[in-house]
Design a protein around this ligand. Structure first.
Ligand SMILES: [Zn+2]
Length: 500
């Protein structure tokens, strides 16, 4: 390993560690900022007067809701949650709602806002301001930023706004978005009333918890009066845990709790509306589902879209060019892939690393090819492509292909002599330097050829043995790729160069 290799390894490790230093431990972040507790008036009506909702569509009918995605960046435009990450996050959201025939899609383009105070917003007031000045009526407004008022997310119960901290929705197994969507579709926490109150197993459990002067009945294990306690749902069991917690092997709280009658129980951690961590939260109860479907069809009835939304037959594409291990010139690199039916656009990524943590190039295009202006030469790169549209999010990147970008300087050997040309990118100059070493003094011919093999100019020089550094006039050439053919009489070298 030479010094440069050590140096690039060092830079690689440095960048790698800095990437990880920026990652937050989301288990340390409060899961949710919702502080409205107990059922809203609408949910209370649904829970106590179900016959008023019996006309609604049955569970097997699909309900499709449009979302406006607001991507918040810093004022300088940095910090966006990427489109590829969004793809994974909405795929997870939709998979949590799939069996309940509720589906979310993006309406219109993503909306980008560059505002550092919104990006890092620490108070609900700023969130309200952001919503009031940017909301798109008739859609669920989703704000993705770097701080959701100190929480992983928050939402308005039964409303049309959701705020999400980007690190809490990253990856295929996070449940923050589904939890906040549950709120927006009317669901309180399963531990409703205990927000900001810490349950103490060593103390008797009260029959009522307060927020300010508002009392909420504490739910009992026997389920008596469950409709008037906590979240008002009788198929979500008692839960008093209002800080993030991890499940035991049975998906329950490791802590044994006692209800107001001293009956012991463990909390069900599989419910998405509890504060159990992402590894255990997975489901909504049947009554929660019924409430969400009813909420969509009543308060959000105008939003429901009944048209058909395109879904991919094949969720990925196949790379065409460059091919595996192909050497390509390091300027104007053409990346090409196969079209996929229903793709509205493609995300293209190029990285020196197979895990793509650091990207040399990324783009979103509506074509099936893209040209990269330049890459550092004499290095290997990987590229991959993902098809996207606004309704099917469970797509994936193509299998990545490795290629090598070559020749800023190319070297060739012929008959014991070696030659290099420099620069290989003739930008505004008509001269080129030939360097290398000659084993003996000799007449050498330098021909400039186009890619069809036509000789455009020819220069003969007598060169003396030893180290070589010779300036060669090649003239004014139109844009394109050319070949410098060097004929020493004992062998021929062909070196590519480009006029950009
Ligand atoms: Zn919540």
């Amino acid at each position: 390993m030479n010094f440069n290799s050590y140096l690039s390894l060092f830079i690689f490790l440095l960048s790698f560690s800095s990437v990880y230093a920026q990652e937050e431990d989301i288990s340390k972040i409060p899961p949710c900022g919702v502080r409205e507790f107990g059922p809203t008036a609408w949910l209370r009506e649904f829970q106590t007067n179900p016959s008023a909702f019996s006309h609604l569509r049955g569970n097997n009918e699909m309900l499709q809701l449009p979302m406006t995605i607001h991507i918040i960046g810093q004022t300088d435009g940095s910090g966006y949650f990427s489109r590829a990450e969004l793809q994974v996050a909405i795929c997870k959201l939709n998979s949590d709602f799939e069996e309940h025939n509720i589906r979310f899609f993006i309406q219109g383009n993503l909306i980008y806002h560059n505002n550092t105070s919104w990006y890092n917003h620490a108070s609900f007031n700023i969130g309200n301001l952001m919503y009031n000045s940017t909301k798109v009526a008739g859609t669920m407004n989703i704000y993705i930023d770097n701080n959701a008022a100190g929480n992983c997310g928050y939402a308005t119960l039964g409303g049309d706004r959701i705020f999400l901290k980007k690190s809490c929705i990253r990856g295929p197994s996070t449940t923050t978005w589904s939890h906040e969507m549950g709120h927006a579709l009317s669901l309180p926490h399963t531990f409703s009333g205990w927000e900001d109150t810490t349950y103490d197993p060593t103390q008797p459990t009260p029959s009522v918890v307060f927020r300010g002067n508002s009392p909420v009945n504490v739910e009992r294990v026997d389920g008596v009066d469950c409709v008037n306690a906590a979240d008002g749902f009788c198929d979500t069991e008692p839960d008093y845990l209002s800080a993030r917690w991890n499940c035991n092997a049975n998906g329950e709280s490791p802590t044994i709790l006692k209800d107001p009658f001293n009956v012991e129980f463990r909390v069900d951690g599989t419910l998405i509306m509890a504060y159990s961590n992402d590894a255990c939260a997975a489901v909504f109860s049947p009554q929660q589902v019924a409430a969400m479907r009813a909420n969509i069809q009543t308060t959000k009835g105008d939003m429901v879209y009944s048209g058909s939304l395109p879904e991919f037959e094949t969720p990925t594409t196949v790379n065409i060019a460059p091919t595996q291990d192909q050497e390509v010139l390091n300027v104007n690199i053409l990346i090409e892939w196969e079209p996929v039916e229903f793709a509205a656009a493609y995300i293209v990524e190029v990285s020196r690393f197979l895990d793509f943590t650091i990207k040399e190039f990324e783009a979103q295009v509506t074509t099936t090819s893209v040209t990269i202006p330049t890459l550092v030469a004499n290095r290997n790169y990987f590229y991959r492509v993902m098809p996207i549209n606004n309704s099917d999010f469970c797509t994936s990147f193509s299998t990545s292909t490795r290629f090598r970008a070559v020749i800023q300087t190319s070297t060739s050997e012929a008959a014991g002599s070696s030659f290099s040309i420099y620069p290989t990118l003739l930008n505004g100059t008509e001269f080129m330097t030939i360097s290398g070493r000659l084993n003996r003094s000799i007449n050498v011919t330098f021909d400039v050829l186009d890619l069809q093999g036509r000789v455009l100019s020819s220069t003969e020089k007598f060169l003396v043995a030893g180290p070589l550094s010779e300036t060669l006039y090649v003239g004014s050439l139109p844009k394109g790729m050319y070949i410098m053919r060097i004929n020493s009489g004992e062998g021929i070298s062909a070196l590519k160069f480009l006029v950009p």
